[in-house]
Each structure stands twice: as C-alpha cells, then as structure tokens.
Write a protein of this length. Structure first.
Length: 386
C-alpha cells in the first residue's frame, strides 16, 4: 500500500514568518524593502506589471501585511485600514441606510462612539445588548438585522462572548457575524473557525505590538455571503481611501512576525499576576477569564488557547486609592491603549467620563514583556502603600 504524505499545516509561529515568502530567487532582501512610490510604471500595452498602479489601490507592503494576517486568521483575504475605527466604519458602510446591527453592551468605547457619531447619523440602526447571552442577541433580531458584532473578552470588564453560539444566532436570520479580535489576536483565538464571517482588529494594539503605529484590518471567511460583502469592503478601502502608509504596513507586518511569542509570554505573565492579585487584601475583584472561577472561564477555554495579556482589577478602598495605585506603579505606565511591549495601566472610568458604567475603582492592565517577578514586586509596593 502506498502512503501519500499529506503535509501538516504550518503552525502559526511559522506562518507569521513565511506566509508571504515567494520573492524571486537571487539576491532578494530577506527583510522586505519599504516601497514608498505612489505610482508604478506600466507595461508598453498599458497593463500594470506588478499588479500595482497606484498606492491607494494597492502597495507591495500592504499586500504582504494583508496576506500574512489572512494566513494567521485562516481567512481567504484581509483589507488593511488606517485605524481600527476606520476598519470598523468601512465594514458598517458595506451595509445600507436602514440596516440593523446588534452590538455588545460592553463594546470598545471608541466603537460605541463611532456607531453613535458616524454610523447612526448615516442611517444605520444600532441596538446594544448583553452578547454573553445568545438569547439576549436573539431577542434583538429584526427582519433588517444584517450584522451581529461581538468582541471578546470585553473591554474593560473581560466578559466572554461565545463565538460559536453567536454564529448560530446569526445564521438563523442570515446575518453576518463580525468578531473584534483585537484582544486575543489569532494566536489565542481564530474566530472564523468558530463560525464568524469577519474578524476586525485594531492593529494599533498587539499586532503592531510596540505602541508606535495606528492601524486596523478586516479578515474574511469563505462563505459566499461574506465574500460578497468583502468585495464591497475592498471597494470602500480604495474608493474611501482610509489606507495605511507603506511604512505603517511594514511595521505592522514586522509586528506579526513576533506576535506569537509576545502574546504567549504576556498571557503567562498576566495569569501569574492576576492569580497574585486575587489573594491580595487590597483588591476586591480581579476580572480575568483565565481564573478558574471567572464567569466566562468555560466559554473562554473553548475558544482561546490561553487567556491573554489583559485583565482588570478593583481596588478595595475606592476611586482615589485606585488612581493612587496607578500613579505609584513604576513599571506600569499610567496611559491608555494596550498590547504593547511595555506594561500599561489605566483608570477607565476617568477616560470614559460621566455616564460610564465602568466601576470607578477599576484599573485595566495590559501586561507587557517585563519579567513577571518585577511586575509583581511593583504591584506589591504600590498596593502596600495604601
Ligand atoms: C483600540 C481598539 C479599537 C479601535 O482601534 P483604533 O486603532 O484605536 O482606531 C477597536 N476595538 C478594540 C477592542 C480596541 O482595543
């Protein structure tokens, strides 16, 4: 009997480095050059030789970055934008005025703001619900529901939405499921494998990974319906023009090459730090799906290979004390954003302002690549000073 060798699919660590290989042999540079040119010379017959003709429509650095992210997400294609919110708005613009979208109550603050300030005035109907409960999503559905938007774990409460259960609800009404995968990254969660149609990222976070570039990207699954919507998204990318620069794409593509090692190390440290804080008398709550008694732990374990570098905790004695902890820390910088190599901490309620439902004792932590021992020492000195 003849055994055919079926090649095993490459692991994500390998794909991140080799998904876009295939440059011509010879003296091709190993690190890709940045192609700044806005325009590309045509063949004598007028056809574009490299497939490119003008950089708003396409650029070699953007192509390489999009192909690499698509490979990591198990997507057929991806489209890069100049920010996570530009990607979000473009995806909503694939719809028509009057179409309805369900969003999570605990959606990223900037996404809720973009929906209220941009999408709703343009004619999108939006409702917000507790997406951690599939029946809550189901009760929002209307004949005009076109998209269900989820984000998991949520920001900053770390609530877990079950992607597969949300996909079942979306299929019931023929709506597309969009998953904001900024926090887990494809290293920990691949939403398309759980039935999502689109994955959205703010690549300003873990993908860039060094806190020095703003970007967004949308990856698409294989169904006909999703592919059709993606063609419209491509048109919006080119015709709307919210594209990232070649240098931004080069930085983001470089970020993908170290994404797996960064995210796994950050997840390991976050789990250690979160477990330490649970036992600290100055802390009243730790919100992290990696904790075995966390409400979302089981759903998270089904769709995440580790629990990520983000968690929140609440300081027992109140708002002023939690702000004091944030400013007393030496290794955690008191600043917004997440997913960078440096640890960051933030008092979300002050950023979100009046009317927020975020508890005023809550601190959100993005664990960086410092030694977890040093991070623990730093938290001990900041909390013991209370
Ligand atoms: C930051 C963020 C966004 C928005 O992305 P920008 O790049 O800041 O426009 C969207 N979703 C999540 C979960 C984020 O953390």
């Amino acid at each position: 009997m003849k055994h055919e060798h079926v090649p095993r699919p490459l692991q994500l660590d390998t794909l991140a480095l080799h998904a876009t290989a295939g440059a011509p042999a010879g003296s091709a540079p190993v690190a890709p050059p940045i192609v700044l040119s806005t325009t590309f010379e045509r063949n004598p017959d007028g056809s574009p030789p490299s497939g490119h003709y003008y950089s708003r429509a396409g650029n070699p650095n953007r192509d390489a970055y999009e192909r690499c992210l698509a490979a990591l997400e198990g997507a057929t294609d991806a489209a890069a934008f100049s920010s996570g919110l530009a990607a979000t708005i473009a995806l909503l613009q694939t719809l028509s005025p009057g179409d309805h979208v369900v969003f999570p109550q605990e959606v990223y603050f900037g996404t809720a703001n973009a929906v209220r300030e941009v999408a709703v005035p343009w004619g999108i109907q939006a409702t917000f619900c507790d997406t951690t409960d599939p029946d809550a999503i189901r009760s929002e559905l209307r004949p005009s529901t076109r998209l269900i938007w989820i984000e998991t774990p949520s920001n900053p409460m770390l609530s877990v939405t079950d992607i597969a259960a949300s996909a079942v609800v979306a299929r019931e009404v023929g709506a597309l499921l969009v998953c904001d995968n900024t926090w887990p990254t494809p290293i920990l969660t691949r939403p398309l494998e759980h039935g999502a149609d689109f994955v959205v990222h703010s690549s300003s976070k873990y993908i860039g990974g060094h806190g020095d570039v703003i970007g967004g990207i949308v990856a698409v699954g294989p169904t006909l319906h999703a592919q059709e919507a993606f063609r419209r998204l491509r048109t919006l990318q080119t015709a709307g023009g919210a594209v990232p620069s070649p240098f931004d794409c080069w930085l983001l593509h470089r970020g993908l090459k170290t994404l797996a090692v960064r995210v796994r190390a950050q997840s390991d440290s976050a789990l250690r730090v979160a477990n330490f804080l649970v036992a600290h008398p100055g802390v009243s709550a730790v919100l992290y799906p990696g904790l075995e008694d966390a409400p979302g732990h089981e759903a998270a374990a089904r769709q995440m290979s580790a629990f990520g570098g983000m968690f929140s905790f609440q300081v027992r004695v109140g708002r002023d004390a939690s702000l004091a902890v944030a400013s007393r820390l030496r290794l955690f910088t008191h600043a917004t954003s997440l997913g960078s190599v440096e640890s960051l901490i933030e008092h979300r309620a002050s950023i979100e302002g009046p009317g927020t439902s975020t508890p005023d004792t809550l601190l959100r932590v993005s664990v960086g690549l410092e030694s977890a021992d040093d991070l623990l020492e730093d938290l001990i000195q900041a909390l013991d000073g209370l």
